[in-house]
Design a binder for this molecule. Structure first.
Ligand SMILES: [Zn+2]
Ligand SMILES: [Zn+2]
Length: 241
């Protein structure tokens, strides 16, 4: 699986927000500010599907740009774009487009649904897309509903994306079965919604068979990752896993 790391950080810092392009055809999250980076690598009108982990701005904000492009340029392809995401995602997009594009009546709910298929995700959901078998895991991101993904390919290789989470049972279950995992390490001190760098290191020691990449890092955590020789990533890095 080819994974392009569009960004490694979160809203407040100079690096881009954390999101991924998988095999040039799948997006995992579309955060604020990442659209322009994404189109340097791929043509979004050729995407197979998009996964949205949760409805925080630094994971979903630029989806409004992709959805409006699909509405206006969908004649270029003859199949709907599929977007997997939490309950209420379609309504959220309509509301956000209304706010940011001045209530343009091209962006109503029926038109959106005629061009894009929204699939509501839930804990334990399993589905197959192309060569991947995928499992959805509900994580613990404080008060916000948030989901991670476990990808298994035909060879049995397993790659996971934790999205934003505290240390929780789902994360342990994910790491237990994964060969590679992109894991939230946003907090340099105890947080109500993110894993800390110290917790990340503890998990690394426990799940030695899984190569863990710290993502969503604040600058302090990124420095920690470099200094402690964790598998830190740079924006735009390409991985062949
Ligand atoms: Zn979040
Ligand atoms: Zn986030």
């Amino acid at each position: 699986m080819k994974v392009e790391v569009v960004g490694t950080s979160c809203n407040w810092f100079s690096r881009h927000n954390t999101s991924f392009i998988i095999d040039d055809k799948i997006l995992f999250d579309v955060p604020e500010g990442n659209y322009k980076q994404i189109i340097k690598s791929i043509d979004v009108l050729k995407l197979d599907w998009i996964f949205i982990s949760h409805l925080h701005d630094d994971h979903v904000a630029d989806l409004k740009i992709i959805t409006t492009r699909f509405i206006r340029e969908n004649y270029i392809r003859n199949k709907k774009l599929k977007i997997y995401g939490p309950k209420g995602l379609a309504e959220f997009i309509v509301k956000v487009c209304g706010l940011f594009f001045g209530g343009d009546d091209e962006l109503d709910f029926d038109l959106l649904k005629s061009k894009i298929e929204f699939v509501e995700i839930y804990d334990g959901m399993e589905f197959t897309e192309g060569k991947y078998n995928i499992k959805v895991k509900k994580m613990n991101h404080g008060r916000v509903e948030c989901y991670g993904l476990i990808f298994a390919d035909k060879t049995g290789k397993v790659i996971s994306f934790s999205a934003d989470t505290l240390d929780c049972q789902s994360l342990h279950e994910m790491l237990e079965v994964s060969n590679y995992a992109f894991v939230d390490m946003a907090a340099s001190k105890p947080s109500r919604s993110h894993l800390t760098n110290i917790e990340f290191v503890e998990l690394e020691k426990k799940y030695k068979n899984c190569k863990m990449f710290p993502v969503h890092t604040n600058d302090e955590c990124q420095e920690f990752a470099i200094k402690n020789k964790l598998n830190y990533l740079e924006d735009g890095q390409l991985l062949d896993l």
